[in-house]
Write a protein that binds this ligand. Sequence first.
Ligand code: ATP
Length: 238
Amino acid sequence: MLEITGLDVHFGGIHALKGVTLEVGEGEIVTLIGSNGAGKSTTLRTISGLTRATAGTITLDGTDITRLSAQGRVRRGISQVPEGRRVFATMTVQENLELGAYLRRSRGDKAALAADYDAVFDRFPVLAERRRQSAGTLSGGEQQMLAMGRAMMARPRVLLLDEPSMGLAPLLVQEIFDIIGRFNAESSTTILLVEQNANMALQVAHRGYVIETGRIVLSGPAADLAGSDDIRKAYLGG
Ligand code: ATP
């Protein structure tokens, strides 16, 4: 469904992505794991159109979107939850979710919209309790949930998640990954998940890619990667 071929990104003299090739099939959760500065966020930002590729192609359902604007990609159903959540701090939880719904491609269906609000509040009960609270006063974990809920309200075809576990306590990390897994199973939404927490990412994903200094060095079924000695040594703490 989403195919990235030979992607190069330069920032001035820095060659951040070097021929990145990966694909995400319909309904799959694919994870891109790697250490600090490996190029994970740059890959996501290039897919969502926030960063320009200097070479390579990105196709969605066979259509080349490499030169499409970020807004054009949102309209085609690509929705990103950026690193560090970035909710609209002065707006309420409800208003943030409404903004997510504003991005959906077909807005006419009121019943579907109401069902999606219910589904988000069902997945994140804490957001239901705090519907009228301004988003900037939520805890870090709650803001992550809101950022994910907002992206879900857009009914994306492809959801791009940038380090959802960052800065969260272990119990909350587990909860976030459980929600990602359930959301994928229930909605069949295609997900590309970027993570430093390889352990959790490989538990929830179907397949994975490993990126090191801008290059994909390994790929395969998540269970195989989790069982590999190299991966265990480099990313899973032995
Ligand atoms: P982390 O897990 O720490 O977020 P990452 O794998 O997401 O790391 P990127 O943020 O993609 O890594 O960065 C890849 C490389 O590109 C790094 O060397 C980074 O310093 C560089 N880089 C990223 N964005 C820019 C930019 N706007 N200008 C210059 N260099 C950049």
